[in-house]
Design a protein around this ligand. Structure first.
Ligand code: GLA
Length: 752
């Protein structure tokens, strides 16, 4: 039907191309091949046109807005944008996706097309694979495109296969090369660190290579996230501009490079980082790369995000069609200071607040010798901490059952402390460079997951925790160190460069076994906060902990950045104590709730520290969230005003059928003289009438929004909007959010 059709026809009309226009073709010009074969990938709103040229190689000619007729490409003799995959060939010197040393010592790879085929899975997904071969040697590449029609997302990866008589060594083995041609290119990078994830920076890409990468092995989305936006011609806004957005589904070291070449083309290369790595392929072996997900938007970043979100809810995360519970996590309320009595009291308070899941964080485990009193001991010994829970977790779990609240637990199974019985018994299970000092970030040694015995131990440890405490329905999987001392005792000396890939393959294998063995468990991925926010992990997890930074003000920025690629349903956002442990900032409880309610709401404080009126507010806020939860967790996101752009930030979610919406507005730091234009809503139906109501109002303060006669058309709300920077008396569609950390939430419901 729609996508990935092979067109073998001539056409009379010449098609105007969006960003494939005539430029000097230099030494790589391809001659016209009449009746050349096309491979067309089609989604609802985009098309990608590849063609097999006279040199028998496949080239990308067009990627952009959907074309209704691609037949003219058959006789188009202008230059292509670039090859379907770029290999180092000895005549092309830009950064390649593949650099292989062949069995006969040849350093170059020259590819030709052999065949392609198309396989549909259901009505809306099609996988196209294109088989290429070195012109001389039996070395093959299959480039895959999984085309998600409704979501406008293309997933691409490739396999490198060796049929040569000897070993081929892959020195660079990226997943994809996306050639682009436009007048100018602007890259949005997502960078940060522990406590400050997913900040954004826009740079114009000039001549040369710009790369972003992680070399950490694990906890790989902290310094940069493996996601990018390349705006074409001019920087895209939320609602305007052409762009290509991509995100690499890989949880290990990765690299994205953007090279503007001498012809003004941009070559985007995405894949596993080749740093300190090489991958030998013995005869008959093949290597599959990490998938890259990408989309094209002609309507700015907002549409790009919605494409990724709807794809993720269906295909990218676990159970994306199921509502998430409201969580109370014990960490920031207690840190390591707790015992059974305190935990039971928390569970009771959680139930009073309407919380649905209690998660017992770090500190609940250990062995007789090493109880987990702090982060220097006990990691790896997965028995219940007898000091805190003398008779095990039974009593605590009984209380959770009694309170009708689910129970979750924290694990950090890929790492151990030196002070653990497991390390004492198996010192050869951790990464270790004999003769060099052993580094331990947060006192953690990284387990050698390439060792099948270690894989078994990790799987069995977590399984045991789940099975022995049979009421567990949520596991928070943490990981608090990068790879240090990168030498895997299980691997031979000459295999060490494969460690980085094998570690992540083993991690995925363990995750896969766990979700299959325990299909009813909700899994959260965490790595010192948002250190593993990538679609590689998320294929096994339901959600991620976006950051250890729970300061509501900073969370507005972190969540804004994260929301570019990852949907609200997967973004755990918790209300934490004040002053905030790291920033010392004090923000109102309502502000903290309003910020957390725009993601997967949770609470991470000791309820008993709340004042009675705060407890009443918190309880009501949880009830309110449950009411708007389907809109937030399944709705379409519109970032109305970025916190980077104005101190009055705003976002909203709209249901698929546009009958309901929730709008969040946050004042960050108003400076005298700041002027706030009306916030124009988006995504509503212009002809529908909506009742607008302020919700989650703090009863101790006056309700700030006057809801008399508050029924408006979608058209009015999207063109006139909401005034949240109103100085004087409050009135219809005007709310005073002029003071620091003021916030408001509005529920819009269609009136029929
Ligand atoms: C990491 C996590 C936190 C918490 C602690 C426990 O830092 O990101 O949420 O679980 O570990 O040690």
């Amino acid at each position: 039907m729609f996508y990935a059709k092979i067109n073998k026809m001539n056409s009379n009309k010449f098609l105007a191309l969006t960003f494939v226009f005539a430029i000097s073709t230099g030494m790589y010009a391809q001659k016209v091949n009449p009746n050349k074969e096309l491979i067309v990938l089609k989604t609802k709103n985009t098309s990608a046109v590849y063609a097999i040229n006279s040199d028998s190689m496949v080239y990308l000619y067009y990627y952009g807005k959907r074309l209704s007729n691609t037949a003219d490409f058959v006789r188009y003799d202008g230059p292509p944008v670039g090859p379907i995959i770029s290999a180092y060939s000895g005549k092309k010197f830009t950064e390649p996706a593949l650099f292989a040393v062949h069995s006969n010592g040849l350093l170059s790879t020259e590819l030709k097309y052999l065949s392609h085929n198309i396989k549909a899975s259901g009505d809306t997904i099609e996988t196209v694979n294109v088989l290429l071969k070195d012109k001389l040697l039996p070395f093959y590449i299959t480039v895959y495109f999984k085309v998600f029609y409704n979501e406008d997302i293309i997933q691409t990866w490739c396999t490198y296969s060796n049929n040569e008589p000897g070993t081929v060594t892959l020195k660079k083995f990226a997943s994809a090369s996306i050639p682009v041609l436009s007048e100018k290119y602007f890259l949005t990078k997502f960078y940060g660190s522990w406590f400050g994830e997913m900040k954004m920076e826009d740079v114009e890409l000039k001549q040369g290579i710009t790369s972003i990468e992680s070399k950490q092995g694990v906890r790989t989305s902290h310094t940069f996230n493996p996601s990018f936006i390349v705006s074409l011609n001019q920087p895209a806004t939320e609602t305007t501009g052409e762009l290509i957005g991509g995100t690499l589904a890989w949880s290990g070291s990765w690299k994205l490079s953007f090279e503007k070449d001498a012809e003004g083309k941009l070559n985007i290369i995405c894949g596993i980082n080749e740093f300190a790595s090489e991958y030998p392929l013995k005869p008959g072996d093949e290597f599959s790369t990490a998938p890259l997900l990408f989309t094209y938007s002609s309507e700015g970043k907002g549409l790009m995000s919605r494409n990724f979100h709807s794809w993720a809810r269906k295909y990218g995360i676990q159970d994306g069609n199921q509502l998430r519970p409201v969580v109370l996590n014990s960490w920031e309320g207690n840190f390591f200071e707790f015992d059974e009595k305190k935990v039971i009291a928390m569970i009771q308070d959680a139930a009073t607040m309407g919380v649905e899941m209690f998660v017992l964080d770090d500190g609940w485990f250990g062995s007789n010798k090493y109880q987990r009193d702090n982060d220097a001991m006990g990691l790896g010994d997965w028995d219940v901490n007898k000091k805190r829970f003398p008779k095990g977790l039974d009593k605590t779990i009984e209380e959770a059952k009694k309170q009708n609240i689910k129970f979750g637990i924290w694990v950090e199974a890929e790492m151990v402390n030196e002070k653990s019985e497991v390390y004492e018994k198996h010192p050869d299970w951790v990464l270790k460079e004999n003769g060099r000092p052993q580094y331990a970030e947060r006192n953690n040694y990284v387990l050698d997951l390439t060792n099948p015995q270690v894989q078994k131990y990790v799987f069995e440890s977590v399984s045991k925790v789940i099975v022995q405490n049979n009421y567990i329905s949520y596991v928070k999987w943490d990981c608090n160190s990068p790879v240090t001392n990168p030498y895997a005792p299980y691997l031979q000396a000459n295999e060490q460069q494969q460690f980085w890939v094998k570690y992540i393959q083993s991690f995925y294998k363990i995750c896969d076994s766990l979700i299959k063995t325990h299909p009813n468990i909700t899994f959260q991925v965490c790595a010192s906060g948002g250190g593993r926010v990538d679609y590689g992990s998320l294929q096994y997890f339901h959600e991620f902990w976006a950051s250890d930074n729970t300061d509501a003000l900073q969370r507005i920025y972190i969540q804004n950045g994260t929301s570019h690629f990852f949907p609200a349903i997967s973004m755990a956002a918790h209300v934490a104590p004040v002053p905030n442990g790291i920033t010392q900032r004090i923000t109102p409880l309502k502000y903290r709730f309003d910020v957390s309610m725009s993601g997967r709401l949770g609470i991470e404080l000791l309820p008993s520290t709340l004042k009675p009126e705060e407890l009443i507010f918190a309880k009501e806020a949880v009830r309110t969230y449950k009411n708007i939860r389907p809109i937030v967790q399944f709705g379409n996101l519109y970032r109305l005003v970025s916190p980077y752009q104005s101190s009055l930030a705003s976002l909203m979610y709209v249901t698929d059928n546009k009958d309901k919406s929730v709008v969040f507005v946050y004042q960050t730091q108003r400076m005298f003289g700041d002027f706030y234009p009306n916030i124009k809503l988006q995504g509503l139906h212009p002809d529908k009438q909506y009742k607008v109501n302020e919700i989650n109002v703090d009863s101790s303060s006056k309700k700030s929004f006057n809801d008399i006669e508050s029924v408006y058309s979608g058209e009015f709300l999207m063109s006139q909007g909401l005034n949240a920077g109103y100085w004087g008396k409050q009135g219809v569609l005007s709310v005073n959010l002029m003071s620091e950390f003021a916030s408001a939430v509005f529920l819009l419901e269609e009136v029929k």
